[in-house]
Design a protein around this ligand. Structure first.
Ligand code: CA2
Length: 148
């Protein structure tokens, strides 16, 4: 028997608006339905998922700090903070667990200001462009990382 891994899935600003606007860019699923499928996949993979969203940079930083004690990996879609936040980068560098950077859209096929990520240098891997399915892919990649 192996211990169940704990994985924090963090979502940044405006992701609570998914499904409400811009379905062409971000798909039509709501964040709530994404969380439901994450929990279903987590059951199948035998991992425990803590799913959170905040529009506030400091709240995300605090949750990342708390994860040091409790989580085995972090999957993060930091939204627009991806492109602006040294504070989130610093927090992620402190946690010493694998970090998977996630985006619904392919940020490299969009405006130039989205091409740079402050998070990528500390990420084990980056998944982008697969819409809501990216959360599933990220959980599967995390499970493999933690099992190996
Ligand atoms: O593609 C992604 O997942 C992003 O992280 C989403 C961020 C964006 O700033 C990043 O460059 C890429 C934006 C999330 C905004 O979500 C919305 C949801 C519904 C309607 C409008 C925005």
């Amino acid at each position: 028997m192996t211990d169940t891994h704990n994985v924090l899935v963090l979502n940044g600003p405006n992701l609570n608006m998914l499904g409400v606007r811009e379905p062409k860019v971000y798909g039509s699923e709501t964040l709530e339905s994404i969380e439901t499928s994450c929990q279903r996949i987590a059951n199948r993979l035998d991992i425990s998922v803590l799913f959170k969203q905040s529009n506030i940079e400091g709240t995300l930083v605090s949750w990342i700090q708390e994860a040091r004690e409790t989580q085995d990996a972090i999957i993060i879609n930091a939204g627009a903070f991806t492109h602006t936040s040294i504070a989130i980068l610093d927090a992620l560098q402190l946690v010493e667990v694998p970090v998977i950077e996630l985006h619904l859209s392919n940020i490299f096929a969009r405006e130039e200001f989205r091409h740079h990520s402050y998070i990528s240098p500390c990420a084990t891997g980056v998944i982008c462009g697969f819409g809501a399915a990216g959360y599933e892919l990220a959980l599967e990649a995390t499970k493999r990382l933690l099992d190996n």
